[in-house]
Design a protein around this ligand. Structure first.
Ligand code: NAD
Ligand code: IPM
Ligand code: MN
Length: 355
């Protein structure tokens, strides 16, 4: 029997609630796939700051680097919003991604047939949507220097190097080769020099993938096209901030941000995390949708551990729970036969996944 070491970072807000459900589901598939998980918890975000004075203690990095993969919940909340920037939970997360070197954030947006009515768009627009946002994660305006503010000015710098663009472009083209072989690179090359470099380098890298059809789109148009006709997209390749925004937008194709998982990869250890945040408005109420996190655990099995059977079981269990009409509160108005709590949804999926 194989044992995998998983670092668990629950974080703040709904983080602990959703991670607990993902662990429940992982343990359920472990028992029938002849694998085993040993978990080690590590602190990050506001909870880490409250205990240690640092949103990203060194021990969290050590535990993560010493694991096979990291399963991450969410961080942040109003309580920490007025701390100096480097003490904020969000800064801990950015530093974490940078330290691990996970430069590629894969954010699939899939519309489950059972939930076509849950989207804010018409069913015929969203039915069958299956796209993948490939978001550069450790560069761009989030990290560029100079940055800062004084009383009257604030400034950030959007910078990408050729090397950073080359490696994320390769990720996108490789993923496209396993899908419909279409990449749409999203930028703002009509205005930004950094985007013109992005476009030129992506075009160069594309020459190594002659089977893949590359198109380019300005980010403002992409935001519009995503809700006009989302099925035109297969892989959307984009930088850090555009990818952040477009993936939240894409979540509404599927009906709830509580459904969208992600994998942050490109380094030795990957981080598997829902795309949503700590949802302070619903934390502690037992109503958060755990599916984004459970689905992130499935991506972890597939991408980090090569346990595809176990991942398939989880994916099938999520579909079955939705098909049978189980809904958390975020999706309660849409063909729900039974509205369930976070932990009930976790148990239902765990139960199906174990079969
Ligand atoms: P959010 O994603 O936390 O919440 C946005 C809205 O979506 C809220 O109404 C929330 O209740 C809802 N929502 C989110 N996840 C849900 C789920 N699983 N089930 C049901 N509903 C869900 O974004 P926000 O409100 O802008 O940010 C809250 C905090 O989270 C901030 O401190 C922010 O910096 C942080 N944040 C963290 C991450 C992360 O840890 N990766 C990501 C985004 C935001
Ligand atoms: C995300 C979040 C983070 C980001 C924040 C909390 C730093 O919005 O994971 O999407 O912008 O990357
Ligand atoms: Mn985000």
């Amino acid at each position: 029997m194989k044992t995998y070491k998983i670092a668990l970072i629950k974080g703040d807000g709904i983080g602990p609630e959703i991670i607990d459900e993902a662990v429940k589901v992982l343990d359920a598939v472990a028992s029938c796939c002849d694998i085993e998980f040993s978990y080690e918890e590590a602190l990050m975000g506001g909870c880490a700051y409250d205990i240690t004075g640092d949103p990203l203690p060194q021990e969290t990095i050590n535990i993560s680097l010493n694991s096979d993969a990291v399963l991450f919940g969410a961080i942040g909340g109003q309580k920490w919003d007025n701390l100096p920037r480097e003490k904020r939970p969000e800064s801990g997360l950015l530093r974490f991604r940078k330290e691990l070197g996970v430069y590629a954030n894969l954010r699939p947006a899939v519309v489950y047939d059972e939930l076509v009515n849950a989207s804010s768009l018409k069913p015929e627009i969203v039915k069958g949507v299956d796209l993948m946002v490939v978001r550069e994660l450790i560069g761009g305006i989030y990290f560029g220097e100079p940055k800062g503010r004084d009383e009257n000015r604030g400034w950030n710098t959007m910078v990408y190097t050729r090397e950073e663009i080359v490696r994320i472009a390769h990720q996108a083209f490789k993923i496209a080769m396993t899908r419909s072989k279409r990449v749409c690179s999203v930028d703002k090359a009509n205005v930004l020099d950094v985007s013109q470099l992005w476009r030129d380098v992506v075009t160069e890298v594309a020459e190594e993938y002659p089977e893949v059809e590359l198109s380019h789109m300005y980010v403002d148009n992409a935001a519009m096209q995503l809700i006009r006709d989302p099925k035109q997209f297969d892989v959307m390749l984009t930088g850090n901030i555009f990818g952040d925004i477009l993936s939240d937008e894409a979540s509404m194709l599927s009906g709830s941000i509580g459904l969208l998982p992600s994998a942050s990869v490109g380094a030795k250890i990957g981080v598997y995390e829902p795309i949503h945040g700590s949802a302070p408005d619903i934390a502690g109420q037992g109503i958060a949708n755990p599916i984004a996190t459970i689905s992130s655990a499935s991506m972890m099995l597939r991408y980090a551990l090569g346990e595809n059977d176990a991942a398939d079981k989880i994916d099938a269990a999520i579909k079955r729970a939705l098909k049978e009409g189980y809904r958390t509160k975020d999706l309660a108005q849409f063909d729900a036969k039974e509205v369930c709590s976070t932990s009930e949804m976790g148990s239902i999926i765990a139960n199906y996944a174990a079969k």
